[in-house]
Write a protein that binds this ligand. Structure first.
Ligand SMILES: Nc1ncnc2c1ncn2[C@@H]1O[C@H](COP(=O)(O)OP(=O)(O)OP(=O)(O)O)[C@@H](O)[C@H]1O
Ligand SMILES: [Mg+2]
Length: 359
């Protein structure tokens, strides 16, 4: 047991990665820790020849992960695109851990990100004392990935300004980074590549220039197709996160997850699951990640303030918090949903009452 709140996934899943590495005798792309097949097994789950169980990290189409892994073995970079909460960051972290054994080379792109955070910065004390030199240069995670021939992750690529994004063009097409201040050039080692994530829902994002777009293979991560997939993702993550937070996960958790996921899928999709009633959709994004957060919130509330059971009482205010992002518009949407849909369902009677009370 460690005191760290969260370990990098290459440490958390060290046993699985080691088991895969031990049996992985196939041909690997240069500087990869695993073969592409083994990377896909690590992400999608399976059993190794010696019987070690590999837990699924991503639940969805295998083909999507195969395309992502195959892209990283080429000279094109990978862009994971999708609405918030579709596991883009999660997949990117696991890919970097499986391929490079290090998921920590990551740059969070924001509106305030400048070129120095992408290319390199300077240690100003050294710069003033000695002038520009290799010693005064402060490498970024991207710089270190180029040096080491490993993967670098760029989170929320489209949140940084287009001019800063374009810094990546030379790095991606010529695999080198000029350092004019010291008349030097950093050439990327083989094995270097970039995994970027971007979500296509946010306001205030900066479009990728077409020059940059051309250097990325885009892989879209969809919301889970089926209700069962979504329930199993939420159940798995709630169990893992609950254990990390020392929260006991009660036995009836799956049936409550099913109810939360039903509410989310109906409101997100704009109709009831049987397709008979058209619904208004709230402004917020009701993703799987939100459903996970609702369950963890409810579990915490119930274990600290109540009897540890998970039920409408523990979950209602969390569900409302996830749905009502706009206090006027979303509240009306939810009220209508409660009256026209939940009120008529016996299984949701408790939810109908407690949510009405809280709302
Ligand atoms: N298909 C899926 N398979 C496995 N886990 C999933 C899936 N979809 C969502 N999750 C879970 O959702 C959580 C949130 O995912 P993550 O933070 O990676 O989303 P994101 O796409 O990066 O969102 P954002 O755009 O807000 O950054 C993770 O804990 C992840 O396990
Ligand atoms: Mg993310």
């Amino acid at each position: 047991m460690t005191d760290l709140l969260r370990l990098p996934v290459e440490q958390k899943y060290e046993a699985e990665l080691a088991a895969l590495r031990d049996e992985d005798t196939g041909k690997k792309p240069y500087n990869w820790q695993l073969t592409p097949q083994a990377v896909v097994t690590y992400l999608m789950g399976g059993t190794t020849q010696s019987g070690v169980e590999i837990s699924p990290k991503y639940v969805g189409h295998r083909r999507i992960i195969e395309t992502a892994v195959a892209t990283l073995a080429t000279d094109r970079a990978l862009l994971l695109l999708g609405v918030p909460g579709t596991a883009k960051s999660w997949v990117s972290e696991h890919l970097a851990a499986a391929i490079s054994g290090d998921s920590t080379r990551v740059i969070q792109c924001t509106a305030g990100t400048d070129e120095n955070q992408i290319r390199y910065g300077w240690n100003y004390a050294q710069l003033l004392a000695k002038g520009p030199s290799k010693e005064a240069l402060v490498p970024t995670p991207l710089y270190r990935a180029m040096e080491a021939g490993s993967l670098c992750r760029l989170e929320e690529l489209t949140r940084m300004g287009s001019d800063v994004q374009d810094t990546l063009i030379t790095i991606l097409s010529e695999k080198m980074l000029p350092i004019p201040e010291i008349n030097d050039t950093l050439y990327a080692q083989r094995g270097f590549n970039i995994i970027a994530t971007a979500n296509n829902r946010d306001k205030g994002v900066n479009e990728l220039s077409s020059a940059l777009k051309r250097r990325f293979n885009v892989v879209v991560l969809p919301l889970p197709d089926s209700m069962n997939d979504e329930i199993s993702i939420v159940a798995r993550r709630v169990t893992e996160m609950g254990a990390g937070l020392d929260l006991a996960v009660p036995r009836n958790v799956e049936s409550e997850i099913e109810k939360v996921v039903t509410i989310f899928r109906e409101l997100r999709g704009g109709e009831t699951l049987d397709g008979k009633t058209v619904l208004k959709t709230p402004t917020g994004n009701l993703s799987t990640a939100e459903a996970i957060a609702v369950m963890i919130g409810g579990l915490s509330q119930s274990s600290w303030f109540s009897n540890g059971e998970i039920n409408a009482d523990a979950l209602s205010s969390n569900i409302i918090g996830a749905i009502v992002k706009d206090p006027v518009q979303d509240k009306a949407v939810l009220e209508e949903y409660l009256e026209t849909v939940l009120k008529k369902r016996e299984a949701f009677a408790e939810y109908y009452h407690t949510m009405n009370e809280v709302l």
